[in-house]
Design a protein. Structure first.
Ligand code: URA
Length: 474
């Protein structure tokens, strides 16, 4: 028994060494090589230092689309797949690569369900500079973010949507791989990111997936080129693994909407579901929703789908579905009438503008840093968060402000020192100049769909173009 164990571990480690060496010399792996690595990672047969060495070689020398697809499939196969095919209805899913103030999931899930598709959304918690949908939902008193599969399926039958925390059984090897990438400087690799994102989406079971890839200062992808490469890699993986993938590249050079934090973002999402709210959040949700409805075959054209989505927002239909979702998951849906039932901050402070002028830029990273300093984000996976803190912007890019007027509201703590540090960061985030910013950068830069549909068809985007100026590095 001992002899056979040691010989299998010796042969396993020599082939692992060979695989690492192959990638070190930029040689192509076989599917079996990749399976060997991921199975070894999963069952502990391959030590972290060998996986880490391979990650560095893969990060430097890359993985081609065959290797990236095999990696994605091996990560999917490390766990279970949500069997949505056993359920009736057209299932869609959406994923954002993460941005500051991105509360689109809270709006899109009930909105899409109110327009006839089903959505079983598995979301994550905040880590790093971006917020997490699951934390935001926990701001709704009583909301259960840990649904069993049975509860989720039952809810999908009755109301067509559910949002739950990512279970440990979906693509578990991705969690282990990501933890190693995080500490070995190998997160920033397009094939590794694509395999990580797509493995979780494929394990979540929907046939149609819309990926919102953010680009800019407040995003993982800092350049349009990197965002494009990630988008095309994800689409290619989807094509090979039988999924319909649409990709959007959207702007993240300034925060999305006005609210950044947990309670404040839920309150803003409710406003959008009430047919109000910031124009950019509404437009992005309508655009992403329309793409999902066309890609899943529910509507022929983007403009027909957008019309249905707008009608649902403006008539209260989407809000009604959100109420049904909150009720089904044990939350207090009174928050829809009374946002003060959401966790509140210790105090609300105004940040006065130091000078008069036009807002030329709002650095999303500085805003996120300030909000995290107040306690809205996490330093580690286990850190507690303060759901009541955050900021609500009063001025967006292109708007004129008088000196001394409130630039934004700070939902602050009772810690004087922390509040002061956060206020200093928030001031640094705003670039105010005597001149109006020139040019217009769209909310969505690119769209790639499988069915007919172009960016220029999206009426929701045209509506905000007239009013919104977004300056950008792009
Ligand atoms: N998000 C993921 O899920 N995985 C990555 O590797 C990066 C962002």
């Amino acid at each position: 028994m001992v002899a056979s164990n040691s010989s299998s571990s010796a042969s396993s480690s020599s082939s692992t060494r060979q695989i690492i060496n192959d990638k070190r010399w930029a040689r192509k792996h076989t599917e079996a090589d990749i399976r060997h690595l991921i199975e070894g990672l999963q069952n502990g047969a391959i030590p972290d230092y060998q996986i880490s060495a391979w990650l560095m070689a893969a990060c430097i020398n890359g993985l081609d689309i065959d290797e990236t697809t095999w990696l994605t499939q091996a990560l999917v196969d490390s766990g279970t797949v949500l069997d949505l095919e056993s359920q009736s209805g057209a299932f869609v899913d959406k994923h954002s690569t993460g941005g500051v103030g991105d509360k689109a999931t809270l709006i899109l899930v009930p909105l899409l369900a109110s327009c006839g598709v089903k959505i079983a959304k598995l979301s994550g918690r905040a880590l790093g500079f971006t917020g997490g949908t699951i934390d935001k939902l926990e701001a709704i008193p009583g909301f259960n973010v840990a649904l069993s599969q049975e509860a989720m399926f039952a809810q999908l039958k009755t109301i067509g949507c559910a949002i739950s925390g990512q279970t440990r059984t979906l693509a578990p090897a991705d969690g282990r791989l990501y933890a190693l990438r995080d500490v070995t400087g190998t997160v920033e690799s397009i094939p590794l990111i694509a395999a990580s994102v797509m493995s979780k989406k494929i394990a979540a079971g929907a046939a149609t997936i819309v990926l919102d890839i953010k680009v800019g200062r407040g995003a993982f992808m800092k350049t349009p080129d990197a965002a494009r490469q990630l988008a095309s890699t994800c689409r290619a993986i989807g094509e090979r693994l039988g999924k319909t993938i649409a990709t959007v590249i959207s702007n993240m050079d300034s925060p999305l909407g006005l609210a950044i934090g947990n309670s404040v973002e839920v309150a803003e999402a409710i406003e959008v579901l009430q047919g109000e709210g910031p124009a950019d959040v509404r437009a992005l949700c309508i655009a992403l929703g329309a793409i999902a409805l066309v890609e899943s075959g529910q509507y022929e054209t983007l403009s027909l789908a957008e019309t249905a989505l707008m009608a649902s927002l403006d008539s209260g239909k989407a809000l009604k579905t959100f109420k049904a979702l909150i009720d089904a998951q044990g939350g207090d849906s009174e928050v829809l009438q009374d946002a003060s039932l959401l966790p509140q901050p210790d105090r609300i402070k105004m940040l006065p503008a130091p000078e008069a002028g036009y807002v030329n830029g709002i650095d999303p990273l500085k805003i996120a840093e300030a909000v995290n300093l107040l306690g809205a984000g996490r330093k580690t996976r286990e850190s507690p968060i303060d759901l009541g803190v955050g900021v609500v912007l009063r001025y967006k890019i292109g708007e004129y402000i008088e000196a001394g007027d409130a630039l934004l509201e700070v939902y602050a703590t009772d810690d004087f020192e922390k509040n002061a540090q956060a206020m200093a960061l928030l001031l640094e985030a705003y670039k105010i100049k005597p001149e109006k910013p020139e040019g217009h950068v769209p909310l969505i830069h690119e769209l790639c769909m499988n069915r007919p549909g172009h960016l220029a068809d999206l009426i929701s985007l045209k509506a905000i173009e007239a009013t919104d100026t977004i300056s950008s590095v792009l």
